[in-house]
Design a protein around this ligand. Sequence first.
Ligand SMILES: C[S@@+](CC[C@H](N)C(=O)[O-])C[C@H]1O[C@@H](n2cnc3c(N)ncnc32)[C@H](O)[C@@H]1O
Length: 341
Amino acid sequence: MNSTGRVEFGRISENKEKTVITSKEEIEERLCQCLKNYELPDYLLYTGTGGAKNWLKLDETEAFPVARQLKVLLEKNLDSIVRFIPTGMSLVSVGVGNGEKERIFLEALVKKNLAENASSGKVSIRYYPIDINSEFVDIALEKVDNLPVEKKGIVGFIEDMAALKINWRRPILFCILGNTFCNYEPEFILQLVHENLEQGDLFFFDASLLPTEGPEAQSVKRSVMGTYTSRENILFNMYPLLQYGMDPEDFDFELLLAHVDSRVGGVYRTRKNLYILKDTELAIGEETIGFREGDVIRMGFTYKYTYDQVIDFLDICGFEVLKGFLSEDRASAIILAKKRV
Ligand SMILES: C[S@@+](CC[C@H](N)C(=O)[O-])C[C@H]1O[C@@H](n2cnc3c(N)ncnc32)[C@H](O)[C@@H]1O
């Protein structure tokens, strides 16, 4: 540590490896299969070099501040969160993207480790950045190159968590950051995490929220729609079709915010469709996939919950909240939880 209390890190590039559970070819096969079923789930927007570049660009645009606002909230509350993380815990982050939130987290954890083990000067932290896009895993590993932690990147799906977990050493702090939690059916993702965590592990995630219900919610909903229907986000959503040869004039993008029932009451959920306006073909690897005018491709969704609804889902799915942080405008939250005993 230097005189200002900041930890300075030199170049450390050993202890870095990567395991591929899902290959690029498998992802391409899934893309073909989904399109044949008139579906384009959101994870396919992040694939390939183009998908990685597009997400990083979208994340920087003023019109789409979702993940950035969550990062600000994390930075603001870092010290309080880190206090809850026992020394020696491994950090597992699924859907890691460029790994910048994890870098912030790891720096703080290393600092805490060093302060607690001042005599030995040793840090014992393992980091597992995980993503379906191998390029994100590389970027995330690169981002922590000079931190004294052991690193193992994994390319794979969160849905294959049982296979992923063979690779990591417990106890873990399991992270899902960047509003990825809201791209899943809540009980599906919470049950998946619950089944695969053990006592002693922690769960940490963030969510971009609907700040309020009631009459004032109207203007909030308009602003949610504004974010998701921004030109930048629409281009991001169209990318796979454009990449494989469709013309922007060949289809229309529609996004609605629907009110749907759930076990915690009515929640909001985006509904996205691509309407094919002209007979057209996509060339993906060896495959050619044809669409006819009038076809509709169903896309992924994002849930918009209130903070209390997220807490209720955690309770239903067997989690105990250790600490929750809500931004002043109630539009962003980060939550640290564990399996209820
Ligand atoms: C919204 S971005 C968030 C990225 C980053 N965590 C952040 O906070 O900026 C979602 C990330 O999850 C990855 N992803 C999407 N579906 C996934 C899945 N089923 N399993 C693992 N990663 C996934 C994407 O490739 C992308 O990097």
